[in-house]
Structure formats: C-alpha cells, structure tokens
Ligand binder design. Structure first.
Ligand SMILES: [Zn+2]
Length: 289
C-alpha cells in the first residue's frame, strides 16, 4: 500500500482497468470477498469462493501456483500481488459501491439464539437475483451467516425444497420455513455432537447421528427411499447433495409452463433470449431437462 501501481494484468477482468500510477489506499475483506481500493475510487472486487486465493511476492520470486491460474496481478516497485483461481474479478467505481449487489452488511448469524430471523427471511424473499437457485441464495452471507454448504443441503432436504427452484418461485412461507429450519439445525449443531439433521419438517424422518443427504450420494433417502444425488452447477461451485424423490417443492413441475413463442413475439430483443437461456432450469447441469 502507498506505492503507485506499476502494472496490472487480468485475463478475466470485467470493468475498467486500474490505471498505472494510482495508489492503493486500502484492502478490505468481507468473508470470501477481497476488495482493493485505489485512490481514484476504483475498486477491484475478487470473490474467492472456495478455490481462489491471493499471494504476495517480491519481484523475481517464484510463484507457488502455475501462471495459467492467474486471474489478476498487481505490481508496484516493491511487490507483486497475484490472485489465483478467483471465479469473479471485477472493478467498479466507488460511487457505485452501494449499488454492487453483493455489497452491504451481512445477514444475521443464524447460529445465534438472538438472530433476527425475520431479517433473514426478508433478505431471502427480496433477494437481488430472483433467478438464482435457492441453493445458491442460501450460501450468500448477505441472506444469512453460518449456513455453509453442509447445512444448505440439509435445510433444503428438511424443507423438501427443490435445490434449483429460483428464488422467485418461493413465497413468504417458503422463505420463513427455510430460514427457521436453518436456524434450528445450526443451533442443534451447537448443542449436540455429532451432527444431527432434525426432524423439524418431517417428523419420523429423523436421521440419527448423521446428515440426511450431505455426503450420501448413491444411498437411499431416509424419507422416501429414492437415491440421493450429487451435482455441481459450475466448476468452482460446491457440491450439492439432494434427493430428487422428495425434494420436489417448487420444482419445475410445479412451475407454470413457459410460453417461449409468446415471449419471443413480445420482446424480440436479444436480451430476452439470453434471459430465457439463463433461467436456472435451463443452465447446463446434469438435471436440466
Ligand atoms: Zn427423499
């Protein structure tokens, strides 16, 4: 910090390129998001998810990861900061800061007994990306803190909700059910060991001393007997375990059919076609049908 930028390189950057000569004012991290702020108000935002990492090197020092994994490189006369494998590398101006959809305070920590569940329910219901699958929104710390990958799978199973249902398909009761179940599971995790997926949603489907779906791909579902599946929506996404037999709430079958011809006639703009092709159930994953 405090030294002017002498070189910036990023093969994947979305947004304006940081200008040589500008000075890094500060570096902020919010969970898995790391932001570098230059003195002209430009902010480099990297979302590291699980795979991304930043390394700091001296000039001439050998990188500890292959150059092909480089997603952003910042040089000053003193050091080189290299970001590897971050799925998101983007820049925006400071005055746009509060418009960034991922920015803002984190949601309540659901493992705390005093967590404001209504706040979380509200954040899920009004999620900024209504087309995002519910399984993705539950991992967003701006909805709630503390759920994590294991418990998003367990919560969706406990509530019987289809993991690829778009947030827009959830009604207020669904959001409430998901958040209160997540809070109950997280708190029971703190009280008991080993982990227990409680029978909150379905009495009688209690999974003793273990998890219901997480890590159980290929095994029989304790509730319906179907086979637990695992999938990964994208290369950097975390594994999602779910039961296709009983996690059917808000599934595609329960959605109103989409009249593509009518939509094409209504709006011939290419953005409409992109919108349609980006609907969660049309993304290329093994379950698209
Ligand atoms: Zn099942």
């Amino acid at each position: 910090m405090g030294r002017p930028l002498s070189r910036f390189d990023s093969p994947v950057l979305e947004g304006p390129v940081p200008a040589v000569g500008r000075i890094v004012e500060r570096v902020e991290s919010h969970g898995r998001n790391l932001e570098i702020v230059w003195d002209d108000g430009l902010i480099l935002h990297t979302n590291l998810r699980l795979s991304g990492t930043w390394h700091l090197y001296r000039h001439g020092e050998r990188w500890r990861r292959p150059g092909t994994q480089m997603r952003a490189e910042i040089q000053t006369v003193d050091w080189i900061a290299v970001c590897f494998n971050a799925p998101i590398v983007e820049t925006y101006r400071e005055f746009d800061r509060y418009r960034h959809p991922g920015f803002g305070p984190h949601g309540p920590d659901l493992s705390r007994p005093d967590a404001d569940l209504d706040e979380s329910i509200n954040r899920l219901y009004h999620y900024h990306d209504q087309l995002a699958p519910v399984s993705e929104a539950l991992l967003d710390q701006h909805v709630a803190n503390g759920i994590g990958n294991v418990y998003r799978c367990e919560v969706l199973w406990a509530c019987g909700v289809h993991p690829f249902a778009p947030v827009s398909a959830l009604d207020a009761d669904d959001c409430s059910h998901l958040v209160t179940t997540a809070a109950a599971l997280l708190r029971s995790k703190l009280r008991h060991s080993p982990r227990v997926t409680a029978s909150i949603a379905q009495p009688g489907s209690f999974v003793r001393g273990d998890l219901a779906v997480y890590g159980r791909n290929g095994q029989r579902c304790a509730r319906c007997g179907d086979t637990v599946q695992v999938c990964q929506l994208a290369e950097h996404e975390r594994l999602l375990y779910w039961c296709p037999g009983c996690q059917v709430h808000r599934s595609l079958d329960s959605m109103p059919p989409l009249d593509e011809d009518a939509m094409r006639e209504m709006d011939p703009h290419p953005a409409a076609a992109k919108f349609l092709s980006n609907l969660p159930w049309r993304r290329s994953h093994p379950l698209a049908g």
